[in-house]
Design a protein around this ligand. Structure first.
Ligand code: GLN
Length: 472
């Protein structure tokens, strides 16, 4: 019997290499767990039919004496990352039966390592949302309280790891979609530096903000997946080389806390309390804690909700009923477009396309999009300045724990939940969410997360502080 509760990628690797069990045994253990839980939690939109074949191929490589970190390791993949020959829908009706014609670069890299793909997991439609409630295929439930959301948009990826339905997962993060569900589900999630991981084969949401990121049970597991997928790629001209990353020499970090951001209105009391405890823990472990001022960080949410929809409106123009997926016939080409997009896209996606088209329209472009770009530059400079005095900036990951399914019917209240996460995407820096304890709500223990941010290329600093904080 493999104990999935205590299993990590690191110890599974040792057991697989020592032939304590096979990759087929391991994959079967996860398939059994998925069969038990998926109806209730709604994590997998599809479990692949070739999982055991993939695992058998990994076993053959292990039998030859090969060993690499993810050989035979079962992973869940967000439904917006392409695997050749497999369906990929971005949890949208418009791509319901769409089959990917090529592998995303991250998939090519994981295949080279011999990772096993269990299936594609649920998300907010086209990654727009923070609760997985915007999926066209139903909400994913939080395993800590099934009346609550898992977070999002990578809710399926986070629950897969938290509920032992995968040993690790890939999500995508445009404004917090890896970190926030990781925090809501009590697992670790990393948003890498912009360009550290190729976006080739990731369905675009906001191209200047998007990045694929790993989710794991531990910081170490998350790092292992990041190391496997990172790197420069000819198929994505924005990727950066691995050599642009850096490590700190010391292990006693100087950590900046933007207290006015943490203490702002709308941040739950339980979050502030948990965060204060986390800061004390960091201080006790030898970190130097200082105040850091980021005067314009209050603009982040507004900047994000202008730039992101602008990019969304342009990126999603390709779904026109001709090139991909759904086609609804109208009386002429214009009506084809209108009917296809009106039928295929859900309400949140349509809202963002409208918003984005508006902020880019002549007459409003300078007032909204142009100004948001200016503010983006200001924020980038502000963070660069702050990182001249501190190694890491820390905030809570989200301003509240997982909310009740259906509670945030008003889109604006859902957008406000992104206050701590969007800035890293705007600035392009890496950020890591690590579990920071639990809060009791209605007799259930809900996980919370703390977010560490580092300068561009500083993932290894984040993994170091994350391990220190998490006790690895
Ligand atoms: N919750 C944010 C949004 O709704 C972030 C989404 C994401 O990172 N993909 O846009």
């Amino acid at each position: 019997m493999i104990d999935l509760n205590t299993l990590t990628i690191l110890n599974a690797r040792k057991s697989l290499d020592a032939k304590e069990y096979s990759a087929v045994d391991l994959a079967q253990a996860y398939l059994d767990e998925i069969a038990k839980k998926n109806t209730e939690l709604n994590v997998y939109l599809e479990v692949y039919d070739d999982v055991l074949t993939q695992a058998a191929a990994a076993d053959a490589r292990i039998a030859q004496g090969e060993s690499c970190p993810l050989l035979g390791i079962p992973l869940a993949i967000k439904d917006n990352i392409l695997i050749q020959g497999k369906k990929v829908s971005a949890a949208s009706k418009i791509l319901e039966n769409y089959v990917a014609s090529y592998d995303a670069t991250v998939i090519t890299k994981l295949k080279a390592q011999g990772a096993v793909f269990l299936g594609r997991v649920n998300m907010d439609e086209f990654a727009m949302g923070g609760s997985t409630e915007n999926s066209a295929y139903g909400v994913t439930k939080n395993p800590h309280d099934t009346g609550r959301v898992a977070g999002g948009s990578s809710g399926g990826s986070a629950v897969a790891v938290a509920a032992n339905m995968a040993l690790g997962a890939l999500g995508s993060d445009t404004g917090g979609s890896v970190r926030q569900p990781a925090a809501f589900c009590g697992v670790v999630g990393c948003k890498p530096t912009y360009g550290a991981v190729s976006r080739s084969g990731l369905m675009a949401m906001g191209s200047s903000l998007d990045i694929i990121g790993p989710i794991g049970k531990t910081v170490e597991d998350t790092e292992i997946i990041f190391d496997a997928i990172r790197g420069q790629d000819v198929l994505d001209g924005t990727t950066i080389s691995q050599s642009s990353s850096f490590k700190t020499q010391s292990s006693s970090f100087k950590i900046g806390v933007p207290w006015d951001v943490v203490n702002q209105e709308g941040v739950d009391g339980a979050i502030k309390e948990n965060f204060t405890q986390a800061i004390k823990k960091l201080e006790a472990s030898g970190c130097e804690i200082v105040d850091v001022s980021l005067p314009n960080i209050g603009l982040s949410l507004a900047v994000y909700y202008i730039l992101m929809p602008a990019e969304v409106s342009s990126n999603l123009a390709r779904f026109d009923g001709v090139k991909y997926g759904l086609h609804v016939d109208g009386k002429d080409l214009l009506e084809d477009y209108l009917l296809t997009r009106g039928t295929g896209f859900g309400p949140e996606v349509r809202r963002r396309i409208l918003l984005g088209t508006y902020v880019l329209s002549s007459g409003y472009y300078d007032a909204y999009y142009g100004k948001a770009q200016v503010a983006r530059n200001v924020l980038q400079r502000e963070f660069a300045d702050a990182f001249r005095t501190v190694d890491i900036i820390v905030t809570p990951t989200a301003p509240m724990p997982a909310w009740k399914i259906g509670e945030k019917g008003d889109p604006l209240s859902a957008y406000l939940a992104d206050i701590f996460t969007v800035t890293a995407n705007i600035v392009g820096i890496p950020a890591l969410s690590v579990p920071s304890g639990f809060v009791d709500v209605d007799g259930k223990k809900l996980p919370l997360g703390i977010q560490f941010m580092a300068p561009h290329g500083g993932e290894s600093v984040l993994f170091d502080i994350g391990k220190k904080f998490f006790g690895e």
